[in-house]
Design a protein around this ligand. Structure first.
Ligand code: CTP
Ligand code: MG
Length: 246
C-alpha cells in the first residue's frame, strides 16, 4: 500500500470572510472548527501516515490554547505559515517524512470532502503521479473590466475549476516547489504543470466547496448534512444512497 502525507494550509488571512472574531479554518461549523472537519476526513484512513497543518505564527498561541489537546490526540504536526499560500505549502513540505510516497494538499477551508472523492483522487495519483479533484465549469463566463462592463464572454468548453485534494508523488511535488523561485500561485498543480509533467483531473463535486465568504459557511453547514457518512471499514457498500453521489 502506498503511503500518503496530507498538508493542510490554514495560515491565510481570511480577508474575504470578513469576520472580526474568526479566521475561516477556525470558525465553528456544526459544533466543530472547520479545520477539524477537514482533517478528520484523512485521519481515519490507513494509507495516511502524516498530517501537517499549517498555522500562521500570529495565530499560533490562540490555536495552541484552543486545539492543543486535539493536536496531541490526533497526532497532527503543526508548522508555520508563509506570506503566500505557496510559502505555507513549502514550509510544510520540508516536514514531510522521507518514507512517504505521495503528498496530498488539501485546503483546511474545504471541510465537505467525501471519502469516495478522496479514494478516487488518491488512486489516480498512484496511477499517474499527479491528480486533483475538479469540476467542469457550468456557468457562462464573462471577462469584466474595472468599469463593470463586459469585455468578453469566455468559452467554457474544456474549462474546469480546480479543487483540493491535489495529490502528487512526493519527489515530483518537491521538485516543482524547488523550481518555484518565490512565484505566488493559487494551487500546487500549477507548479507541476510548469515542469511540463502531466496532471490528471478527477471529476469531483461542487459539494466539495471551499469556504471563502460567510455565505459559504452557511452552505457548508447544509452540505455536511447530506454528505455520505464515511464507510464502515471492510464494507463493500460505502453509501446507502449511492446514486446521489455519482
Ligand atoms: N493559506 C495559507 N497560507 C497563506 C494563504 C492561504 O495556509 N499564506 C490557506 C488558507 O488558510 C486556506 C487555503 O490556503 O485554507 C486557501 O486559501 P484562501 O481560500 O485564499 O484563504 P485565505 O487566503 O485565508 O482567504 P482570503 O484570500 O480571502 O484572504
Ligand atoms: Mg487567499
Amino acid at each position: 500500500m502506498s503511503t500518503f502525507a496530507v498538508i493542510m494550509p490554514a495560515a491565510g488571512k481570511s480577508r474575504r470572510f470578513h469576520d472580526k472574531h474568526y479566521k475561516k479554518p477556525f470558525v465553528p461549523l456544526a459544533g466543530r472548527a472547520v479545520w477539524l472537519h477537514s482533517a478528520e476526513r484523512f485521519l481515519n484512513r490507513p494509507d495516511v501516515k502524516q498530517v501537517v497543518l499549517v498555522v500562521a505564527d500570529e495565530d499560533r498561541e490562540e490555536f495552541n490554547r484552543k486545539f492543543g489537546a486535539n493536536i496531541a490526540i490526533l497526532d497532527v504536526d503543526v508548522c508555520s505559515g508563509g506570506v503566500e499560500r505557496a510559502d505555507s505549502i513549502e514550509n510544510a513540505l520540508a516536514m514531510v517524512k522521507s518514507d512517504i510516497d505521495f503528498v496530498a494538499v488539501h485546503d483546511a477551508a474545504r471541510p465537505c470532502v467525501a471519502e469516495k472523492w478522496i479514494d478516487q483522487v488518491f488512486a489516480a495519483a498512484e496511477k499517474n503521479g499527479a491528480a486533483l479533484l475538479a469540476t467542469p465549469v457550468a456557468g457562462t463566463l464573462k471577462r469584466v473590466g474595472s468599469n463593470k462592463q463586459i469585455e468578453a464572454t469566455v468559452d467554457r468548453q474544456n474549462l474546469w475549476e480546480a479543487q483540493t485534494p491535489q495529490v502528487f508523488r512526493r519527489e515530483l511535488l518537491a521538485k516543482a516547489y524547488a523550481a518555484r523561485a518565490g512565484k505566488a500561485v493559487t494551487d500546487d498543480a500549477t507548479l507541476v504543470e510548469q515542469l511540463g509533467e502531466p496532471v490528471t483531473i478527477v471529476e469531483g463535486s461542487p459539494l466539495n466547496l471551499k469556504i471563502t465568504t460567510r455565505d459559504d459557511l452557511r452552505l457548508a453547514e447544509q452540505v455536511l448534512k447530506v454528505l455520505p457518512r464515511p464507510k464502515a471499514k471492510g464494507s463493500s457498500h460505502p453509501f446507502a444512497d449511492d446514486d446521489l453521489w455519482r
